[in-house]
Design a protein around this ligand. Structure first.
Ligand SMILES: [Zn+2]
Length: 354
């Protein structure tokens, strides 16, 4: 299909490594590592690692697939390197995504501490370096802290992100089940507020998953904005029903990372009519948003498909889609940090060599 979307150079700021590797690649990685799989053939495996309306109706169902299968299969330096390489190259080939930020939790890839975290991180950076050189795209990594981890483990992840900041780790995120309500716990809000400030002092950018599902509200978004002060918010759709949250997002120039298919699949947004209302509220209140994939293979989508879903359902006009891309450019951590893995290929550097 050729439309204006096909001609855009896209940006995807919200991609989970756990949900974005093709099933046939996961299948190969599982076999290469001698994994015992509870299936008879590839087709059954594909069902296992794909979120359909039969097996996923909530965020926790969605996270369960990551936890039980993809994160385990990706738990080796070899698997992490190949996963990162495959995701970035596929985003470019399928949708002409030329700048992207991948997020994952290295501590969910090191077999409960049996593997060295630095080996896992170096592997991810190797995969990213190779694919950026081959495809000429720009990419960065975001480390996800986990809501279910204790504070000390998450602090280690922040220290690792700081250590690898100059190598292509551009930020941190907080992700996981929304049933663990950091937003209602003053002591945790204070600790994580300090941890996020510490990350920013060391040059990292920050984003937080919040206000995603119906168990939270705009109040959760307000609490995160107040205490964690992130540059962006993952999803944050509950803010659409809270004028104060929208005013804060606008005033603090915080950009939302919306992932439409993911929100529909997990039931965070009931249907396209609700999306219509959500985007109308954001547009009327000056809230900036970007459109992203979350987990392209798990959700059987890609960036162009996400944009078409909104455009064809008359939720976003061409102008609004182009505006969201401009916001993505402004909110992109890679661009803000001027991190360019291909910078050594620029003409000025070549001139110096001569
Ligand atoms: Zn997410």
């Amino acid at each position: 299909m050729v439309d204006f979307i096909s001609n855009l150079s896209l940006i995807d700021l919200h991609i989970h490594v756990g949900g974005s590797v093709a099933p046939h690649v996961l299948w190969r990685l599982a076999h290469e590592q001698g994994f015992k799989l509870p299936v008879d053939n590839y087709w059954q495996f594909k069902q296992l690692v794909t979120a359909t309306s039969e097996n996923v109706s909530s965020l926790d169902d969605y996270l369960k697939i990551l936890h039980e299968w993809t994160e385990k299969i990706q738990s080796s330096p070899m698997a992490v390197e190949q996963s990162v390489y495959e995701i970035i190259s596929k985003e470019y080939r399928s949708s002409n995504v030329t700048a992207m930020e991948l997020r994952f939790n290295p501590m969910k890839r090191n077999s409960g501490g049996e593997l060295d975290l630095d080996h896992i991180i170096h592997a991810a950076l190797r995969g990213m370096d190779r694919v950026c050189l081959e495809y000429g795209v720009q990419a960065g990594l975001i480390f996800c802290l986990a809501r279910e981890f204790d504070f000390e483990r998450n602090k280690i992840l922040v220290e690792k992100a700081i250590r690898y900041h100059g190598r292509g780790v551009v930020g941190i995120d907080l992700a996981g089940t929304e049933k663990r309500r950091l937003e209602d716990d003053p002591a945790l809000l204070k600790s994580y507020g300090e941890l996020f400030a510490y990350a920013r002092q060391h040059g990292l950018k920050t984003t937080v998953h919040t206000g995603e599902t119906r168990v939270t509200s705009g109040e959760a978004v307000i609490a995160v904005l107040k205490h964690l002060k992130p540059h962006r918010i993952g999803h944050g759709i509950r803010a659409a029903y809270n004028p104060k949250a929208m005013a804060m997002l606008r005033e603090q120039a915080v950009t939302l990372e919306i992932c439409p298919t993911c929100n529909l699949r997990t039931g965070a947004v009931a249907n396209m009519q609700e999306f219509q209302q959500i985007f109308t509220n954001f547009n009327q209140n000056g809230v900036r948003y970007t459109i992203n994939t979350d987990g392209s293979y798990l959700l059987q989508t890609n960036m162009q498909q996400e944009l078409r879903l909104l455009h064809e359902n008359r939720i976003l006009s061409q102008e609004q889609i182009e505006q969201s891309l401009l916001w993505a450019k402004e909110a992109c951590f890679i661009f803000a940090l001027r991190y360019n893995p291909n910078s050594y290929l620029t003409p000025s550097h070549q001139a110096e060599e001569e």
